[in-house]
Design a protein around this ligand. Sequence first.
Ligand SMILES: Nc1ncnc2c1ncn2[C@@H]1O[C@H](COP(=O)(O)OP(=O)(O)OP(=O)(O)O)[C@@H](O)[C@H]1O
Length: 252
Amino acid sequence: MALLETRNLTKTFGGLRALDDVTISVDQGELVSLIGPNGAGKSTLINTITGMLEPTSGDVTYAGTDLVGLDPFEIAHLGVGRSFQTASIFPELTVRENVQVAAFATEHGSFSVNFFKRRDGYDDVRERTERILETIELKDDAAETAKSLPYGDKRRLEVAIGLATDPDLMFMDEPTAGMSPGETEMTVSLIRELLQDWDMTIFLVEHDMDVIFDVSDRIFTLNEGAIIARGTPDEIRNDPAVREAYLGGGEI
Ligand SMILES: Nc1ncnc2c1ncn2[C@@H]1O[C@H](COP(=O)(O)OP(=O)(O)OP(=O)(O)O)[C@@H](O)[C@H]1O
């Protein structure tokens, strides 16, 4: 059984069909990527699956549970996480505190103002936080304030915060955007580690085609709200419809 499935998912904004009958499935342990030109509907698809937007019609199921109509926090609680590109970081808190807050909120319902006074009592939160900091390679910077981190480390902290919510499936929104080649390489090896050592299923939206072709098991291509191609990296690389949508027929 697929872990995540959408069936005939459609989302309209006024007269615009931002998603047009999208049917996809993701298996446990897979890394699937979603590509498509600007405005293709990638964010709309993720937002519709994760409960930020309500679909106009169609179904979304996760591990057999119908997600349509659930709130984002309920969907997160089922094990669907998200590494946000913006605004999930508290700039004045340390790196470690940022991860602890997210881990605490997941394990204990919600963030409490007393958390920082009592956090030493929460062994589960502490252990999870340290394991994440190690994986993300931010342990040496754990006592720094988040705002002081270089750009690439900030982006990895976003992944750490996503991990702290203990997801089985994680949506990653352009995790390498704006990164240097070295930072991109680090992020790619982090993605591999999440798949291999954390048994994660990953749904990646990314513009860097080298990263996409490198890490994906399967790729979905969206254009004007509709899936125009699906397949392995080799199949997608050679797909005429993908070339046409992306580069007017040129090389990818
Ligand atoms: N809240 C909204 N209200 C009206 N139109 C919207 C809304 N959100 C998205 N759209 C439109 O839906 C279409 C799909 O947008 P979406 O942001 O999902 O594309 P995308 O593939 O994520 O693009 P990008 O790669 O530029 O982030 C676009 O035409 C966009 O203008």
